[in-house]
Design a protein around this ligand. Structure first.
Ligand code: HEC
Length: 435
């Protein structure tokens, strides 16, 4: 099955290794990593009085786990934040039943070409693999956005349904980002980002010098060193100073496996966090399916392959995979086909062939079975792109993991405290050499 699914991808790795790792990774040691639901625990909140008696230590750069060191810490913290009584989650009433924490296993291996990271965990939704995605719905006249994640304003207001893809993310530092070894992903999470406290309007973002210079309409993950005042997203440094940080390696690699937008074409996207959450150079495995000029989709389903040119609301969350892939089930959009109200087409179209350059470095494959998700990332060793961290045998890296589960994006994920990953050397997670 995997071979047929991946025949369109350049063969960069050993098939026998991949086919073996997805089902089992027999001799590779298993490390347990717990992730918890962090709510709005931003860089700023952690340095405020609200972080009871810990603001001074956190500002000084102490490791989170110097205090949060109990074996069941993640379980306790996640449950507290989702209890409905904690200020870090203002929408707890809308998240009833959500797991406060996730126990994940990690196995790591490498050969001459790649590192292989295999993850396994239980998803909250036991009846669906979480690979649906927000889409465009035809209302009789226009194609309008349809669906979003649980914490989206329109979802909370009951105006659009809950739909989002599952994701598994790795943030990785090679020791060059000050503070990451101690405080991990929380370095990148700030007030002002999407769905965080003090979220600015689109106009406020556009009026900001750095955001205008990088042409962005919202604030996303960033490193404190890219701001003159690390407590304030508005104080962006000039672009030449940010470029210097990048040249000296002061950025994080961010790899994301996406159940809808990358999985079916065997990819995981490759990005980096610096002044924003950026994608690497080149082209992703997914591209917008909206033609900005005609305001119509670019591709529709091939009825012969999909059983219709579009899907309907009732298909969401069902057995059918609602994923549009060039060369597999997509054909150019026909504006003269008889479109009717309620027809739905995907927001993105996938292509393994179109993915290019540094953005296409990572491969991934997965299996979801009765609520158990397995994902294997394949990351080439010795990459030399200026937007990548280079994995090498003998190297030790800091890694943080995030899981977006049960229709979440943005801050609605589970996150881990920092762990170390050693390629053939001792660390929290030690990658072993495959023969
Ligand atoms: C000096 C010790 C200390 C350090 C360092 C520290 N914390 Fe805390 N943290 C605490 C204490 C104490 C609480 C409050 C617990 C309570 O209210 O019962 C807390 C609360 C929290 C909470 C709210 C949920 C809860 O457990 O009450 C989160 C989330 C949190 N810390 C995350 C972090 C992160 C992330 C870091 C590192 C960036 C960090 N903490 C560093 C001591 C610390």
């Amino acid at each position: 099955m995997f071979l047929t699914r991946f025949t369109s991808i350049p063969i960069l790795y050993h098939w026998h290794v991949l086919c073996g790792v997805i089902s089992a990774f027999p001799k590779v040691p298993v490390t347990k990593v717990a992730l918890f639901y962090p709510g709005q625990s931003s860089y700023q909140w952690l340095r405020s009085e609200a972080h009871k008696g810990a603001n001074k230590e956190t500002t000084r750069g102490d490791a989170c786990t110097s205090c949060h060191d109990d074996e069941t810490e993640e379980a306790t913290q996640g449950a507290k934040i989702l209890s409905g009584k904690h200020p870090l989650e203002p929408h707890a009433d809308k998240l009833k039943g959500k797991s406060g924490h996730i126990d994940m296993t990690v196995q790591a291996a490498y050969d001459d070409k790649n590192a292989y990271l295999r993850f396994q965990y239980k998803t909250d939704n036991k009846s669906h693999p979480g690979n649906d995605y927000p889409a465009y719905r035809f209302d009789g006249k226009e194609w309008k956005s349809y669906g979003h994640m649980r914490l989206n304003k329109n979802v909370l207001a009951g105006k659009t349904p809950v739909i989002y893809e599952n994701r598994l993310n790795i943030m990785l530092d090679d020791g060059k980002v000050p503070g990451f070894a101690n405080q991990g992903c929380w370095l990148t999470c700030h007030d002002g980002e999407r769905d965080m406290q003090k979220e600015p309007t689109r106009e406020e973002v556009q009026a900001n010098a750095l955001m205008a210079a990088i042409k962005k309409n919202d604030v996303r993950k960033y490193l404190p060193a890219t701001r003159t005042d690390s407590m304030d997203w508005k104080t962006g440094k000039p672009l030449d100073e940010i470029a210097k940080l990048k040249a000296s390696g002061e950025f994080l690699d961010l790899m994301q496996w996406r159940a809808h937008r990358s999985d079916k074409v065997g990819g995981a996207d490759d990005g980096f966090v610096l002044e924003y959450r950026n994608f690497d150079k080149g082209a992703n495995h997914f591209a917008s399916n909206m033609d900005s000029k005609t305001k119509q989709p670019k591709f529709m389903f091939d009825p012969a392959k999909f059983g219709g040119k579009a899907y309907a609301a009732g298909d969401v969350g069902g057995k059918k995979e609602l994923i549009l892939i060039k060369g597999v089930n997509a054909v150019p959009f026909d504006p003269n086909a008889s479109w009717k109200e309620g027809d739905i087409l995907p927001q993105y179209v996938l292509s393994g062939e179109d993915a290019k350059g540094s953005a296409a470095d990572n491969k991934a494959l997965s299996r979801w079975n009765n609520g158990v998700q397995t994902v294997v990332f394949v990351r080439p060793l010795n990459l030399t792109n200026d937007d990548d961290k280079t994995l090498k045998p003998g190297g030790v890296y800091n890694v943080g993991f995030a899981i977006h589960d049960d229709n979440m994006t943005g801050r609605g994920h589970h996150v881990s405290y920092n762990k170390t990953l050693g390629i053939g050397v001792k660390a929290d997670i030690q990658a072993v050499k495959l023969n």
